[in-house]
Design a protein around this ligand. Structure first.
Ligand SMILES: [Zn+2]
Length: 397
């Protein structure tokens, strides 16, 4: 069968059409139809397919076969004969804005940074191009974006024209054709010439704002994420709302937001330092009491405690201070920020705390180490800490 007539090339603004169902088939397990002509754009050249209906039946995918036959995958089968089609215009117009925007942005990268576009992807959320430069600075991105938006504001005409291969090869094309025979060239007047089979807006003004949102280095190139038209406006509105919400929460204007965050960070640092110093003072106050609680065991006294309200740093501080007194063994544990143990002894006792700690945590999947007079460990479940401490105490007997 011959190629499907592409109404979207004659008029990309046509949304409604009449055609003839020439062939019905099953494709990828789905009912499908081939028409003599169609407004439905098939996935190709980085632009996704259209959606819409044929004879009231939803079209779920559109693809192109070699030889130019366009296949419409349908929710339900269609009969041979005449049919009316309607494309989802908001989806198509969005694709036109993004695609023409991409041509403009790619040419802006060529002019400002001498950087070629090596691939284009138009997704439902993000649009990206890969650009052949190793890095991109924020200043360079701003220059490219400014040039692209200047071309938009100049509202230049956009045309598509077919040439034969020889004529096309003499044109200063940004993107060389991948097809042979008749070649379709899309021109942004006085700015960009590219071989392209996509659907484009009539004038650059319809693209609307072009916004480079972010970029990342990828396999020696830069992948640039951008939004055009309504997508860019929605993104600006969303960011504006977020900024306003953040400013409201801090009771400042959006202009003062950065300053307010700095103030908040300083206040938080100060609060943390104050809490830390108060906790140390409280510890110093509690140390004599903890020492008094140590149980006599032969020649030594043992303090065996799961400490609550203290972290690992505080635990080390307690262990160090208690063992300044001769004859003390401290077997301590905390749950914050994670379950940890600290075993320590006074200088005058001939015990190996590192060995003791490793021995008691091993059956619980824990690990530890240190020196003979002080050792630390972790990697155990918080609910096992009490039991581990008791085992260590029994081993000391
Ligand atoms: Zn294109």
């Amino acid at each position: 069968m011959s190629a499907t007539e592409r109404l979207f090339w004659q008029d990309p603004y046509q949304r409604h059409f009449r055609a003839w169902v020439m062939e019905t088939l099953t494709f990828k397990g789905q009912p499908a139809a081939v028409l003599d002509r169609t407004c439905f754009y098939p996935t190709s050249g980085g632009q996704p397919h259209d959606l819409g209906t044929l004879g009231g039946i939803p079209v779920v995918e559109v693809l192109e076969e070699e030889g130019g036959k366009i296949i419409h995958l349908l929710e339900r089968p269609l009969m041979l004969g005449p049919v009316e089609g309607e494309i989802d215009w908001s989806r198509r117009f969005d694709h036109m804005q993004q695609h023409t925007g991409q041509h403009i942005l790619s040419q802006a990268f060529e002019r400002e940074l001498n950087a070629a576009t090596t691939s284009f992807h138009l997704g439902s959320e993000v649009v990206t191009i890969d650009v052949a430069i190793p890095t991109l600075s924020p200043k360079e991105a701003a220059r490219v974006e400014a040039l692209a938006n200047r071309i938009v504001i100049e509202d230049r005409p956009v045309h598509a024209k077919e040439y034969d291969e020889e004529e096309a090869s003499s044109l200063p094309l940004r993107k060389a054709p991948v097809v042979h025979g008749r070649i379709r060239i899309v021109e942004v007047e006085g700015f960009d010439l590219s071989a392209c089979g996509g659907t484009h807006v009539r004038r650059t003004g319809e693209v609307g704002p072009i916004h480079i949102r972010r970029w990342e280095r990828r396999r020696g190139q830069v992948r640039v994420e951008f939004l055009c038209g309504w997508r860019a406006l929605e993104d600006y509105a969303k960011r504006d709302r977020l900024l306003q919400e953040a400013a409201n929460q801090l009771s400042v204007g959006t202009e003062e937001l950065s300053e307010a965050i700095q103030r908040l960070q300083k206040a938080e640092q100060l609060a943390r330092r104050t809490a830390e110093s108060l906790r140390k003072r409280l510890l110093d106050y509690e140390l004599p009491q903890l020492l008094a609680e140590a149980e006599p065991l032969g020649e030594m006294r043992v303090l065996c405690r799961l400490l609550e309200g203290y972290d690992a740093g505080n635990m080390r501080y307690i262990a160090q201070n208690l063992t300044q007194t001769p004859g003390i063994v401290a077997l301590l544990a905390v749950t914050e920020p994670s379950p940890q143990l600290c075993f320590a002894r006074s200088e005058n006792l001939p015990l190996d705390m590192s060995q003791l700690l490793r021995q008691v945590v091993a059956p619980y999947g824990g690990r530890g180490g240190g020196r003979p007079h002080v050792a630390q460990g972790g990697g155990v479940a918080p609910e096992d800490l009490e039991e581990i401490l008791q085992k260590a105490k029994e081993l000391l007997r």
